[in-house]
Design a binder for this molecule. Structure first.
Ligand code: UDP
Ligand code: MG
Length: 321
């Protein structure tokens, strides 16, 4: 085994961070090669997720200057998860291990050493886990914590405080390739692959330039996506809710009969209105959740491609002119 490492970094409008990120990663990977921890054919691959700024030009320039850099250009913006998958699936044939991370270097790149050590020690998947969120804003901290709680109670088992900073061996990636789903939530799928896994702790820093591409709206839809694409627990919860309401309505029936026979039959308009609205709301809510799944079935049956690669810059491949 040669221990070829590929880093995969999805980038969406990251022109502000790329120069710094590429410099730091280049230094890191070169050091690792010098220490003979990884093979000299190791690479840093940036996946351009349909950026509107100069991100792809920068990636091309990097590739021109140093062949340690490679690039994958997606035909359009497909979102973080799909961009990441595109990168992983494209490089898995060249690498023995692949580490995925964000372009803004919020994940401490010094954790890479430890990840590789665990890989060499026989682990197939090594999760990067944030040891604290001191540097995050209070708002981000609270919403992120809520996110993991929600995910777990809804039946989507994820590694807590782990984003998409992780090492995967080639065979773990081969495993991932067998999950053909369109509604992709990598954090939920990777733990399903199995094999021996471990975690590495690191401090999460601040984004050093540019701004977050995950505003609250995107984060909420990511949570809904995560839950509905991983588990059918919400459907079961509707059944439970329906059962509960049925019991309550029987109770109400008995109660109103007793009131009737006692002669106190001032049947209130208020009660009627309240219950009509309550039931109406519940029905709508339930329909919404059911609809969420039907939407998923619709998308899965279409089996659309999850990404389309426009160009792949990598040493082994590009000598075709
Ligand atoms: N990203 C992407 N496509 C998108 C949105 C984001 O490839 O549509 C990338 C982005 O360039 C970054 C990573 O996903 O490398 C995480 O995004 P960001 O740092 O903005 O998220 P946050 O850290 O704020 O959760
Ligand atoms: Mg970030």
């Amino acid at each position: 085994m040669k221990n070829v490492l590929y880093l995969v970094i999805p980038c969406y409008n990251e022109e502000e961070v790329l120069p710094e990120t590429s410099a730091r990663l280049q230094k890191k990977v070169t050091e690792l090669i010098e220490k003979k921890k990884i093979d000299q054919n190791s690479r840093i691959i940036f996946v351009n997720d349909g950026s509107k700024d100069r991100t792809w030009q920068l990636i091309e320039e990097l590739h021109q200057k140093d062949r340690i850099f490679g690039g994958i250009n997606l035909s359009k913006n497909r979102g973080h998860q799909n961009a990441l998958l595109a990168g992983l699936m494209t490089v898995k044939q060249y690498a023995d291990m692949v580490i995925s991370m964000d372009a803004d270097l919020q994940d401490d790149i010094n954790a890479i050493d430890e990840m590789i050590d665990k890989y060499l020690g026989g682990m197939d998947i090594v999760y990067g886990v944030r040891s604290s969120r001191q540097k995050d804003t209070l708002f981000k901290k609270a919403t992120a914590e809520g996110f993991y709680k929600l995910m777990n109670t809804m039946g989507a088992n994820t590694v807590s405080n782990h984003a998409d900073y992780r090492l995967m061996s080639r065979r773990a990636l081969e495993g991932l390739a067998q999950y053909g789903e369109v509604n992709l939530f990598l954090r939920g799928i990777v733990p399903m692959i199995g094999y021996s896994t471990d975690v590495v702790y690191y401090e999460r820093g601040e984004r050093f330039a540019g701004e977050s591409k995950y505003p609250l709206g995107k984060m909420l839809s990511f949570a809904v996506e995560g839950v509905t694409s991983l588990s059918t627990k919400p459907i079961r919860m509707i059944t439970g809710l329906g059962f509960f309401i049925f019991i309550v309505s029987i109770g109400m029936l008995i109660y109103s009969l007793i009131r009737h026979f006692m002669g106190a039959t001032i049947v209130g308009w208020t009660t009627l209105m309240v219950s009509v609205w309550a039931i109406g709301g519940l029905i709508l809510l339930s329909l919404g959740v059911v609809g969420e799944y039907i939407g998923k079935i619709y998308l899965e049956t279409k089996a659309r491609p999850r990404f389309i690669i426009e160009q792949f810059l990598n040493d082994e491949k590009e000598e075709m002119e």
